[in-house]
Design a protein around this ligand. Structure first.
Ligand SMILES: Cc1cc2nc3c(=O)[nH]c(=O)nc-3n(C[C@H](O)[C@H](O)[C@H](O)COP(=O)(O)OP(=O)(O)OC[C@H]3O[C@@H](n4cnc5c(N)ncnc54)[C@H](O)[C@@H]3O)c2cc1C
Length: 266
């Protein structure tokens, strides 16, 4: 049986950053990823606020330089504004600096940094449950001192720790299109994406496009809304359409239970 100080489930940004920090502090760390390749497929809008905007939003954040040390080659395009588009087409422009990334390469970069600190990544490896303080996984049992669930909005680790799962997550769908879409992120509100928004997020010669919605306010499938959004904006996906859930109600009230905790979307 494998034995580690810290077992982390998930190699998204939260899992990889937790793995890096735990390894940096001298813990033996293993992080599991059920997908064969970290970051693949991409299920994200791939927009990031600039370092300056993050600093403005979280002025008390320490470790900013280390946390957001994202190399230039992971920044596809710098954006300078967000266009908020009403159902009647009226546009409100927000000055907001950001950049777009390729989320697969972004996640792989963060995982590599954790590995460089000594954390061991195991892919194609799914956490199944906690039994008698041992993690049962698709590749055998793992003994740990601390377990961290970084396994996204439907967190199985949260459930096993007796923590609350995210309530009312919103489904969202994304794909890539080709073309030049300027340097503003566009967000479309109203019946096109009830309770949430549709987006066109420019990249270099491409854009990430998608729709999120609240099941409470919508009628019909997310795919129907996505296809309508594509049609209305003359968009033609050049990649497979990918969907996933996004937490909609902020963090769960309690994120720690005994020797376990959850981070990120979990
Ligand atoms: C369509 C869409 C668009 C988005 N757009 C943006 C955006 O533009 N900008 C932005 O900042 N955020 C965006 N988000 C949100 C962002 O993607 C998430 O907040 C972020 O990915 C959360 O990171 P995480 O590490 O907590 O979880 P995740 O990135 O979800 O990573 C969880 C990982 O855990 C793995 N996993 C799950 N269960 C198990 C298991 N049992 N065993 C092993 N591994 C497991 C998963 O395979 C996954 O790799 C978007 C989300 C969606 C769905």
């Amino acid at each position: 049986m494998d034995e580690v100080d810290v077992l982390i489930v998930g190699s998204g940004p939260a899992g990889s950053v937790a793995a890096r920090y735990a390894a940096m502090k001298g813990a033996s760390v293993m992080f599991l990823e059920r997908r064969p390749t970290v970051g693949v497929p991409v299920r994200c809008g791939e927009f990031m606020p600039s370092d300056e905007e993050i600093h403005n939003m979280f002025p008390k954040l320490t470790d900013m330089d280390s946390l957001f040390d994202i190399p230039e080659d992971l920044r596809c395009l710098n954006t300078v504004g967000i266009d908020l588009i009403n159902p009647d087409g009226k546009v409100t422009v927000l000055d907001f600096n950001g950049y777009t990334t390729d989320r697969d390469r972004f996640d792989q970069y963060l995982a590599k940094r954790a590995q460089e600190e000594g954390a061991v990544l195991s892919t194609d490896h799914a956490f199944q449950k906690i039994e008698n303080g041992i993690a049962r996984t698709s590749k055998g049992d793992i003994k740990y001192k601390v377990i961290i669930g970084a396994d996204g909005p439907g967190s199985m680790v949260a459930r096993n720790l007796g923590l609350q799962k995210n309530r009312n997550p919103y489904p969202a769908m994304t794909a890539q299109v080709k073309g030049d879409y300027g340097n503003h992120t566009q967000m479309f509100f109203g019946g096109i994406a009830p309770g949430a928004y549709g987006w066109i997020i420019p990249k270099d010669g491409r854009a990430n496009v998608g729709v999120g919605m609240s099941p409470k306010f919508s009628s019909g499938s997310l795919r129907t809304y996505f296809d309508k959004f594509m049609d209305r904006n003359g968009l033609e996906p050049v990649t497979k359409v990918q969907g996933k859930y996004v937490p909609s109600e902020g963090p769960i009230p309690k994120t720690v239970s005994g020797n376990g905790m959850v981070v990120g979307d979990a």
